[in-house]
Design a binder for this molecule. Structure first.
Ligand code: GLN
Length: 480
């Protein structure tokens, strides 16, 4: 059986009507994924025993005629920065190469409780730092749409498994664009929910005030279903929100007539002509569905990249201090003093990008510079958040490109970190403000490279975001 074209609802219906069993889906999805993986390296490792054990539980429910949970039998890939009890979680770093967590992330617990089948862990940039997946210590991922190109990052593996059909949906994480940018590069749906909507418990911390877990899927409804399954208050994460979780699938399908859309002026500069062309066509389509479009201003956008790289590196330098050769990690054998053991363990096992950020972050937090950099960046972050609040007084959602360009060639930007950082120009602001945002496909370049369109709404405005995205998908917007 072939799960490549199945949706979450079709799988649940097929199980209930005994068209196939969860064991059959899981076995065939695993076989296909393992065979295809050589092309893309999108999975870092598989967990077949766990997957088959989850499938057996679903087949028992079917045998007893009990109702099937939301994600029953759905093959899922999980980014390798999200911990899985008893299954290696490496963060694509040598420093955690052998780390086997003793607990599950809350999102993992919830998706398994909802009947989801985790096939394996997906490749990413080391500790989710990067925009191309080339910072993985275990080799980059190749874009299924063009194997000589990057899939985007840092959740490139999670985007690629969905695009390649080696998972039906997947989980990624987004700190500055790491769900939306790979979704746009690979031609799939990727959602960054409101900050606090999904518990971060068990997401290995990169920049805690910016980190989000979110779904990837081939259609809008599947991301809405997956988000519903994992969202909601978790006592293990003090920043998780108490707000009740709506049934996102209940409002999608409703008309979008009369919704007011804002086009942020600052986001429509500096992109390739093909990207501009597809996004503009997407906006015209939304207008034809009855949305009213106006230009809006987000005046502090120009400071977003600088602000992000101060706040995120500051948090990195603190969060990554725990990897010291004593706890969790690889220990250098070459050291005869304790402090040499710390520095050798870190020096030998962190990659170049992680080291660059630890050093930058230590610098911006240091005595004498803290006020000039860190405190100032926090103030600018507040201004960026206020820009969005002002825009959402006038409009229901914002539309923009996701990335200035489609997937680039492997190796093209590796020697130029600043060029790599600038590629996140349209996505970083959403994380700084903590608002929900997503990428939906809006067509391909002449060379067949996917392009994504971004939809952003106010805090906890996911229902409007999904409603717009689904109307766009139904009207043929994905095909551009
Ligand atoms: N590309 C950005 C960075 O390198 C964002 C990464 C992310 O969202 N995890 O930090």
């Amino acid at each position: 059986m072939d799960v490549r074209s199945l949706t979450i609802d079709q799988i649940r219906a097929g199980l209930a009507s005994k068209q196939f069993s969860a064991a059959e889906i899981t076995t065939s999805a695993l076989e296909f994924a393992q065979a295809e993986n050589a092309k893309t390296n999108a999975y870092l490792h598989f967990c077949p025993e766990r997957a088959l054990a989850s499938a057996a539980k679903i087949d028992e429910l079917v045998a007893k005629g009990e109702p099937l949970p939301l994600l029953a039998g759905v093959p899922i890939g999980v980014k390798d920065v999200i911990v899985t009890k008893g299954v290696r979680t490496t963060c694509a770093s040598k420093i955690l190469e052998k780390y086997v967590p003793p607990y599950n992330a809350t999102a993992v617990d919830r998706l398994e409780a909802a009947g989801g089948i985790i096939l394996g862990k997906t490749t990413c940039d080391e500790f989710a730092m990067g925009s191309s997946n080339e910072n993985s210590a275990f080799g980059p991922v190749r874009n299924p749409a063009a194997l000589d190109r990057v899939p985007g990052g840092s959740s490139g593996g999670s985007a690629a498994v969905v695009a390649q059909g080696t998972a039906v949906v997947s989980l990624g994480s987004d700190t500055g664009g790491s769900i939306r940018q790979p979704a746009s590069f690979c031609g799939v749906v990727g959602v960054t929910p409101t900050y606090g909507r999904v518990s971060r418990y068990g997401l290995v911390a990169f920049a805690s005030s910016l980190d989000h877990i979110g779904p990837f899927s081939r259609n809008v409804a599947d991301s809405a279903t997956l988000l519903k399954a994992i969202a909601g208050r978790d006592p293990m994460d003090a920043t998780s929100a108490f707000a009740p979780v709506p049934d996102y699938n209940a409002t999608i399908g409703q008309s979008i007539k009369g919704l007011r859309l804002g086009l942020p002026k600052e986001y429509f500069v500096g992109m390739t002509s093909e990207t501009a062309d597809k996004v503009n066509k997407g906006i015209k389509l939304l207008e034809s569905l009855g949305c009213a479009v106006q230009e809006v201003n987000l005046p502090h956008t120009e400071y977003a990249i600088a602000t992000y790289y101060i706040i995120c590196t500051a948090e990195v330098s603190s969060n990554l201090a725990r990897f010291d050769g004593v706890r969790y990690t690889a220990r250098s054998e070459k050291s005869d003093t304790l402090s040499a053991m710390y520095s050798n363990s870190r020096g030998e096992n962190f990659g170049a990008e992680a080291k660059r950020r630890i050093m930058l972050g230590t610098y911006v937090l240091s005595h004498g510079y803290y006020e000039a950099y860190y405190i100032k960046a926090q103030k600018v972050r507040n201004l960026i958040t206020k820009d969005f609040a002002a825009a959402f007084e006038k409009v229901d959602a914002l539309i923009s490109p996701v990335s200035p360009f489609p997937a680039f060639k492997l190796g093209e930007k590796v020697d130029d970190p600043v060029a790599m950082y600038l590629s996140d120009i349209y996505t970083i602001t959403g994380d700084l403000a903590g608002i929900p945002c997503m990428s939906v496909p809006c067509g391909n370049t002449q060379d067949g490279l996917p392009i994504g369109m971004q939809i952003l709404t106010k805090h906890f405005g996911e229902e409007t975001m999904f409603r717009l995205a689904q109307a766009f998908e139904t009207a043929g917007g994905f095909a551009g």
